[in-house]
Ligand binder design. Structure first.
Ligand SMILES: C[S@@+](CC[C@H](N)C(=O)[O-])C[C@H]1O[C@@H](n2cnc3c(N)ncnc32)[C@H](O)[C@@H]1O
Length: 232
């Protein structure tokens, strides 16, 4: 690219799911349960927005974290067809709980629920909340749920990423873990960090996390970027 050319808004500098090396890592990481495979395939077939699906290797990594820290209660911000909520529910013990939030349940009802409901013991662990995730998080805080969750996955509107951090860090117990998906936003955090509100919010959130004395963190070049937060 010539030096006087503007970089494209959010091109895929770094996120290359079809790169053979990325596929090699994903293939030797992901161990989908049959129901997860069914949901992913149904989402790809039925929804024109299937690129929103969580990267399988990120979901797999999250499941291992849930088991490693002995998580029982999980916040899932951005349900879509329910792939991430299903992954967490599969990783949790029988008395575990996922609170999954979305402003729109069209795709969940059409694609996700008919599949997830085939396994009632897994479906029973998931509470699907309809509405703004910020409102749902605020309601949990008002109900005295601060410090009562173990793991959070943030994968909804990017402009609210700093707000999701501020709420989730309160809702997590000490030793809890947050996964922020899309933390490199196709490389635009480096190549075009002021491009739009979404990019600016992700950049601000990454810095907010790194500078927060209440947590440690690791920013990983996996999927579209994964910022892992460890609450002190
Ligand atoms: C990338 S998708 C989530 C993908 C899902 N976690 C998965 O692994 O397949 C993002 C979702 O966030 C939802 N969303 C957008 N803005 C929201 C908001 N303010 N509150 C709650 N959900 C929101 C969208 O409706 C969309 O379904």
């Amino acid at each position: 690219m010539a030096s006087n050319e503007e970089p494209p808004p959010r091109n895929r500098f770094l996120y290359r799911p079809n790169d053979p090396l990325v596929q090699y890592c994903a293939n030797l990481t992901t161990k989908f349960e049959p129901i997860e495979k069914e949901l992913h395939e149904a989402t790809i077939q039925s929804s024109h927005e299937h690129l929103m699906l969580g990267a399988p290797e990120i979901l797999q990594f999250g499941k291992y974290f849930i088991q490693l820290i002995g998580a029982k209660r999980v916040l899932d911000i951005g349900t879509y067809t329910g792939a991430s909520a299903l992954a967490w529910a599969l990783a949790l013990p029988i008395d575990g709980e996922v609170v999954s939030m979305d402003i729109d349940h069209t795709e969940l009802n059409a694609v996700g629920k008919p599949i997830i409901n085939k396994m009632p013991e897994i479906a029973n662990k998931i509470k699907f909340e309809l509405g703004s995730a910020l409102d749902t998080l605020e309601q949990l805080l008002e109900k005295g749920q601060a410090g009562k969750f173990d793991f959070a996955f943030i994968d909804a509107d990017k402009a609210n990423y700093p707000n999701y951090y501020k709420k989730c860090i309160q809702l997590l117990r000490s030793g809890g873990v947050i996964f922020f998906d899309n933390a490199l936003w196709g490389g635009s955090v480096v190549h075009n960090p002021k491009h739009d509100d979404d990019t600016r919010a992700i950049v601000a959130c990454n810095e907010l996390i790194f500078n927060d004395p209440n947590s440690n963190s690791t920013l990983v070049n996996m999927g579209d970027g994964l910022h892992i937060v460890f609450k002190k």
